[in-house]
Design a binder for this molecule. Structure first.
Ligand SMILES: *[C@@H]1O[C@H](CO)[C@@H](O)[C@H](O)[C@H]1NC(C)=O
Ligand SMILES: *[C@@H]1O[C@H](CO)[C@@H](O)[C@H](O)[C@H]1NC(C)=O
Length: 485
């Protein structure tokens, strides 16, 4: 399914999009029976989607609905079609909740991430899981695949409506989880099911959708709750495949939502790494390099399902402020949990969090402030001590020379993998790195006045009074909670 030409396409996308997209043909409209008619007039054709084409027919798409339940978790899946007899013959149980999983561009229903996501869902809850395989419609060229999403969405809606009618289910029991183009498939489905319970968009595809009218893309009216994860909204010039644009009731921006930690972020590195992986690891390896951040969205979502770490996300004006640790407050009920448990909170709008660069991704956020009495130039590492456990020694400063003057403050966000419980102390390590010419400006002992730590999980602040305690360069000093200075 994912062939060499797809790699070439992905690399060539920003440069010569126009040459490899199919050109629109004469016909303006196609009709597919009960699914209705689809045209390629505005808003489906616009400057954001100049090569808009008509979608393929259901006969060409051969969309499959693959059912998994706890009774048939890994065995061969049952295929159901949207008629009463087929629904009744299957293991589908209308009294239980149903999760539809929809893949995106160049993927198909057998991809490993879908099996893993299904397994985690079934581990968490006794639900019906239906993997939507529209691999025949998701391939090249991109404009055709993005057009096909409309028909696949209509097919899902047709099946859901049949299930509501014949299996005594109800719209609130349905939740569609769609990645990339699959997020917009979910939107088209939601548009046709009145009061559909929920849609989770995993890095909704950007090209052909960002900036288009709500009818063309996933939007908050498509379900009672629409929650999205934005992982690769870096823009087309950096081969960003997702959107930066908020498209839900609540939109999560892990690590800012443009690129993910552990993934290449610049165009040249992406291309080189993709080529290298293509040679050494084959095609999925190449794909993993070029769409690393885009794929991270489903790895994150899968982890959120059964994680004890809450993926707590905070409201903030922008990611720069968040990264400076300024936003670890919920201001009432403004926080939510990114991913599967986003429905446990009524928080709306754009929420931020940071995650780690490799699995497990979830982290706990702390803002650490150190007020100093002398200037310093060097690296600061900290270790947090808690009632449950301690962290490793973690880097705190991001550049050298952050404290130039007496009374300045270092303020940074620190993300730990483990829940340390209540903060009881902190170890601070200072390594002077000032160069030969400036070393005279910075004493070897860094005199610290106080340390304060805000925990994101509890929104509690712990203060450590230092009264001018000195930290010798290349050594470390412990502070215990002592209250205010
Ligand atoms: C943390 O402190 C709170 C009181 O502030 C207490 O209720 C809780 O049990 C403490 N948790 C741990 C893990 O020590
Ligand atoms: C850290 O410093 C900033 C800037 O002065 C302040 O707004 C914030 O409340 C401080 N945080 C803590 C935990 O003391």
């Amino acid at each position: 399914m994912f062939d060499v030409s797809a790699i070439v396409w992905l690399l060539a996308l920003p440069i010569c999009q126009g040459f490899i997209l199919s050109t629109g043909s004469g016909s303006e409209r196609v009709c597919f029976g009960e699914l209705g008619c689809f045209d390629q007039k505005p808003p489906f054709r616009s400057s954001s989607r100049p090569f808009s084409v008509l979608p393929k027919s259901p006969a060409d798409l051969k969309t499959q609905f693959l059912l998994r339940t706890r009774a048939t978790p890994t065995s061969d899946v049952q295929e159901i079609v949207s008629d009463a007899a087929s629904v009744q013959k299957s293991h589908f149980d209308g009294s239980k909740k149903t999760k539809f999983l929809v893949h995106g561009f160049t993927h198909h229903g057998k991809r490993q991430w879908l099996q893993d996501l299904a397994a985690e869902l079934l581990r968490a809850e006794d639900v019906n899981v239906i993997i939507v395989d529209w691999g025949n419609g998701a391939g090249l060229p991109y404009d055709q695949a993005s057009s096909n999403t409309r028909v696949v969405g209509a097919q899902i809606a047709q099946l859901i409506n049949a299930m509501i009618k014949t299996a005594h289910s109800s719209p609130d029991k349905f939740h569609i989880i769609g990645h990339s183009l699959g997020a917009h498939v979910s939107g088209y489905a939601g548009e046709r099911v009145k009061n559909l319970g929920r849609i989770s968009g995993l890095d909704p595809a950007g090209p052909y959708f960002e900036g288009t009218p709500p009818k063309v893309r996933l939007d908050p009216t498509d379900a009672v709750l629409v929650d999205n994860i934005h992982a690769n909204g870096a823009g087309i010039l950096s081969i960003g495949m997702g959107t930066k644009q908020a498209m839900g009731d609540v939109d999560f921006y892990p690590n800012g939502g443009a690129e993910q930690p552990g993934c290449d972020s610049n165009l040249l590195k992406k291309i080189l790494h993709t080529g290298w992986n293509a040679v050494t690891l084959g095609l999925y390896g190449a794909e993993a390099a070029v769409s690393c951040s885009h794929e991270r969205s489903y790895y994150l979502y899968t982890e959120t399902i059964n994680s004890v770490c809450p993926f707590k996300a905070f409201p903030c004006a922008n990611f720069e402020d968040f990264d400076a640790g300024k936003c670890l407050h919920c201001n009432g009920n403004g926080c939510s949990r990114m991913g599967y448990h986003a429905d446990k909170s009524s928080a709306k709008g754009s929420l931020y969090l940071e995650t780690k660069s490799a699995s497990t991704y979830c982290g706990y956020h702390y803002q650490v402030n150190i007020t100093a009495d002398t200037p310093m130039d060097g690296e600061v590492h900290i270790q947090l001590h808690g009632t449950k456990q301690d962290t490793d020694l973690l880097p705190l400063t991001k550049g050298s020379g952050e404290i130039k003057n007496n009374g300045d403050k270092v303020s940074h966000l620190v993300v730990t993998r483990t829940d340390i419980g209540n903060v009881t102390g902190i170890t601070v390590k200072y390594d002077k790195t000032a160069g030969l010419l400036t070393t005279w400006m910075y004493p070897d002992n860094w005199k610290v006045m106080g340390v304060s730590i805000l925990e994101g999980k509890t929104e509690k602040t712990s203060s450590f009074c230092a009264y001018g305690k000195s930290i010798k360069s290349h050594s470390q000093t412990d502070f215990k909670v002592t209250g205010q200075c």
